[in-house]
Write a protein that binds this ligand. Sequence first.
Ligand code: PGA
Length: 257
Amino acid sequence: MSKRKPMMVGNWKMHKTWAETSVLAQAISNREKNTWEDTDVVICPAMCNLKAAWEVLEFDKSKIKIGAQNVHWADEGAYTGEVSVAMLQDVGAAYCIVGHSERRAYAAETNEDVNRKVKALLKGELTPIVCVGESEHIRNDGAYLDYVCKQVSAAFAGLEDNEVSKCVVAYEPLWAIGTGRTATPEEAQEVCAAIRNEISTEYGKDAAESIRVLYGGSVKPENVDGLMAQPDIDGGLVGGASLNADSFTQLVDATLK
Ligand code: PGA
């Protein structure tokens, strides 16, 4: 049993309107139990609906936190379509996903962008959830541990040890995202352990012991227990199964077993 507080993060991606966001946030809030104090539960709706979720959770005095799916690193400026850390703070976000593979693929987000975003979020006291993961091609080539560790290293370049320990890393192999094909617990553990080892080498043992490493990619109630049983997996980053209050509740409960 690790000393780290477990986590379950719902990445709602580009799903749910304002009204639908309120309904799903309410359904999850209705299922919240006292035991959830021992895990960090985060939901990440679309940018324009963060406030809708926040209003529901605030009214319910819920411990569930809000996260964004992206941010810009600049404080403000001529960046059409972008949103700053201060704007996220203002609507009640406490976390922000950075470098999701879909953004790396469709919005050309680079390791350098991820690094700038991580720094901006830490400056604004939001917790970055940094996504890393290899494609099927890289896995088949066999160099996936090196590839993922390089992504981690680039994301945290220039940070102090105590800053790294506050962050969250989500290992999400691309071949497992939205495909229904989950990494086996052993496959996920191998990479999550390598990530922790990389942090230990670069930022010391304390940072490696404190940082939370999540697994993401087709996590569902049927496979979550095996993943959570792994020593280096502290929780999940979940897409599809987070869009349903019953399955998300089961996933949160699984972090507490
Ligand atoms: P999935 O998505 O659970 O639908 O595979 C995970 C993610 O992309 O964060």
